[in-house]
Design a protein around this ligand. Structure first.
Ligand SMILES: C[S@@+](CC[C@H](N)C(=O)[O-])C[C@H]1O[C@@H](n2cnc3c(N)ncnc32)[C@H](O)[C@@H]1O
Length: 221
């Protein structure tokens, strides 16, 4: 297998000792983009946040500072990545601020309407069924909750040629940003907005659980 495809395979699901190194490397490599994406979202008053495909847990650790009142949850389908996330977040896990679970985005182990914010950073284009993942995220988002999908793999940006090569070799499900916004809107999210840091080649798409759904979920008085 060529090295690029090997790396994409490890990003899709870190495995073995190499997977541990990859998860640690992702924490370092993705820090600036993660920080940029999180700066676009109002975090101060959040009470519950979920990071889907949390990898080595770098975003969760950053959120311990940026979302000071939030209970922080991370899921990943890689045991190896979760081991790194647990070490990265050792203190906040011990303090009961960060919770980690092994799970797939298509079957999130949480009750309906659990979270104020759900982030997926450098992850959605690796899911086997993107629309099913968005549906499951909608289910566990609380009234007026937000979803933020961020990363560097998309079409039409500064790294379009590289990303098209990677997507076809590594079978990644990339889109242009308008296509991504349409998919998010068609999945039922309202007010989907695209952010792009063109010079860095980063995107973040933010959408919201519609108010109609939120009102439906208010218990009758
Ligand atoms: C490229 S890594 C990014 C990790 C981290 N979010 C970051 O930005 O550093 C993608 C992560 O998503 C996880 N992942 C991919 N598909 C998944 C799925 N269907 N369900 C849960 N996690 C998944 C992988 O195991 C991997 O840890």
């Amino acid at each position: 297998m060529n090295p690029v495809n090997w790396l994409i395979g490890q990003s899709r699901r870190p495995r073995g000792l190499a997977g541990r190194l990859v998860a640690q490397g992702m924490n370092r490599a993705h820090f600036p983009m993660t920080d940029w994406a999180l700066s676009l979202i109002s975090l101060q008053d959040l009470r519950t946040v979920l990071d889907v495909g949390c990898g080595g847990g770098g975003a969760l650790l950053r959120l311990t500072d940026l979302a000071p009142h939030a209970e922080l949850h991370g899921i990943d389908h890689s045991t190896q990545a979760l081991g790194v996330a647990a070490r990265t977040n050792r203190r906040p896990v011990e303090q009961g601020r960060v919770f980690l679970r092994e799970a797939d985005v298509s079957e999130l182990p949480y009750e309906d309407s659990r979270f104020d914010l759900i982030v997926a950073i450098n992850s959605h284009y690796l899911w086997p069924d993107f629309e099913a993942g968005l549906g499951e995220i909608m289910r566990v988002l609380g009234p007026r909750g937000s979803v933020a999908l961020a990363g560097g793999e998309y079409f039409g940006g500064k790294h379009d040629a590289r990303n098209r090569r990677l997507a076809s070799n590594g079978r990644m499900n990339c889109q242009t940003l308008p296509e991504l916004r349409d998919i998010v809107s068609e999945a039922g999210y309202s007010g989907a907005v695209i952010h792009e840091e063109w010079h860095k080649g980063w995107f973040c798409v933010v959408g919201h659980k519609p108010v109609a759904d939120a009102e439906d979920s208010v218990p009758p008085t």
